[in-house]
Design a binder for this molecule. Sequence first.
Ligand code: 5CA
Length: 445
Amino acid sequence: MRLSRYFLPVLKENPAEAQIVSHRYMLRAGMIKQQAAGIYSWLPLGLKVLRRIEAIVNEEQERAGHIPLLMPTLQPADLWRESGRYDDYGQEMLRIKDRQDREMLYGPTNEEMITDIFRSHVSSYKDLPLTLYHIQWKFRDEMRPRFGVMRGREFLMKDGYNFDVDKAAALHAYNRHMVSYLRTYERMGLTAIPMRAASGPIGGDNTHEFLVLAQTGESEVFYDDRVTSLTLGQREIDYDDRTQVADVCKEFTTLYARTDETHDQAVFDQVPEAHRKVGRGIEVGQIFYFGTKYSDAMGAEVTTAEGTKVPVEMGSHGIGVSRLLGAIIEASHDDKGIIWPEGVTPFPVGIVNLKQGDSAADAACEGLYKALAAKGLEALYDDRDERAGAKFATMDLIGLPWRITVGPRGLANGVVELTSRRTGVSEEMSPESAVDRIAQIYAGV
Ligand code: 5CA
């Protein structure tokens, strides 16, 4: 993408309404625009990151054997009357009437609808296990929408629902989600710690939240700091292997890590003092096992191998897709702007032409741009007629992890400069080497 033709409405001033750094940088970098409290347009740069996050979520869900579908944002109230949640949900639910006076709602979550789909089509244990998920906009009329996309009213969520014949199989689905979530967050450059949580309006007694540590997080967290060094890394996971998956969950949930809702000071006191930490965290996901809460209420039954009919065992599992942009920025920025991890960056690399109009510099930039494209890497080429300082400031603000700087002086010696946004370290090399290096970096992402 050539910056001269892109739509990147960067703000020079700090927007007064933004209280936390991620909100400030998302507005300044021209990623989002507020349309009403907690409701945003996604401008091109923001949309690119949102799509990258969705792609990672999809890949890891499909790797775990979960199947995508798409349910609507609007739902009939009657479904929610069946589960009893139409009245329970309270004012967070946006209720709407259509022209026929039928009661509808903008879905805050989809347990009822997915249970309805299941009961319409599945009746035998032979069709299980089954996990269906979608990535869809939700609406919750939050009392205090704030911090930009972090606590929105309209927000994008991945929500998945497992259907299993018995509790052991449903707990395996729970564990599978935990492991696939760990891998999802790691690919986004995040350390997200599973913490025992409270279930709220979703129900059930087995639930974990995933928290990214950040000063600006809304939850207070208590943890043994050795959890922060656990990583899944590149290990092979066989998602059908119940023991292997359960062992990974055990590894990640044995050390103390809880939110204020479930915190137990007496247990926490047993953590060695040097490792006992209290901090704040951003909740980027939550998984629930709730058994037959919805299937009982809505009559979703399956026939077992023995020929009896039982309500299907279920759980639901959510990732805050749009919230993740805020969480990633909170975890990865400096005073100049965002520092995108390679896994989610809107463009893998930026090209800065120090002297637009200089024929050698222009030709070298064009060459780099095309060579990168040939390797499947879309560069953001700053081809505007601007001062170098302004170009660097824009690149630093929008946070592309790598920058190639091209100027007549370097070109006279056959080199361009490759700079890491994270370390600030620059290296001179031939344009060909810069392309190879970028390709190598992204080959592993
Ligand atoms: N049905 C379950 C699991 S699918 C459910 O709704 N879970 S949830 O309420 O915990 O939401 C899942 C994730 O969505 C949360 O962990 C959080 O990351 C994100 N989320 C929840 N509310 C908001 C909000 N107002 N703004 C942005 N993200 C939100």
